[in-house]
Design a protein around this ligand. Structure first.
Ligand code: ZN
Length: 93
């Protein structure tokens, strides 16, 4: 098979169904109300079918509600470093 044929058969990101990894990448923007169509429709469509991502989104909402208003200057450096490290790992996974 020629490469050009394979590429034609591979659906573009725009058209293929959203998988959990894609949904996780869009979650922060979704929570910030920053997702525009058609990404928003695809994300909400995925949520409607995926209990894992719905639970993940609920956890993020709870985390933001609990920690979101914390003043950075009040946190000891070690705690701040750990939180930032956890968040970066979470975004990568
Ligand atoms: Zn999912």
């Amino acid at each position: 098979m020629r490469l050009v044929t394979l590429l034609r058969r591979t659906p573009s990101r725009r058209r293929r169904a959203l998988v959990c990894r894609d949904a996780a990448e869009l979650m922060t923007e979704y929570l910030e109300g920053a997702l525009a169509e058609p990404e928003l429709r695809r994300f909400e469509g995925h949520l409607a079918r995926c209990r894992a991502c719905t639970a993940h989104l609920d956890q993020m909402r709870t985390t933001i509600a609990t920690l979101g208003h914390l003043e950075v200057s009040l946190l000891p450096d070690a705690v701040l470093d750990e939180l930032v490290g956890l968040y970066r790992r979470f975004r990568r996974d």
